[in-house]
Write a protein of this length. Structure first.
Length: 68
């Protein structure tokens, strides 16, 4: 895992932007539902989901395991 990713349920509006912009299919959900991390190990900290979230409901944090 190259990053830790968290969705703040109370802020998520289920717009679908995060799972549509993620190049690794880390997130999933249903429109008007809450986004869920379904493949956290695939996250490579590109920050696409975090940077495109209109409600700041997603936090990506690179892990130290990325560097030897």
């Amino acid at each position: 895992m190259l990053a830790s990713i968290k969705v703040i349920d109370e802020k998520c509006i289920g717009c679908g932007i995060c799972w549509s912009v993620c190049p690794k299919a880390v997130l999933a959900g249903e429109l008007r539902g809450v986004a869920r991390v379904i493949n956290g190990n695939a996250c490579h900290a590109c920050f696409s989901c975090q940077n495109n979230c209109p409600t700041n409901a997603i936090y990506v944090s690179p892990t130290s395991s990325r560097f030897p």
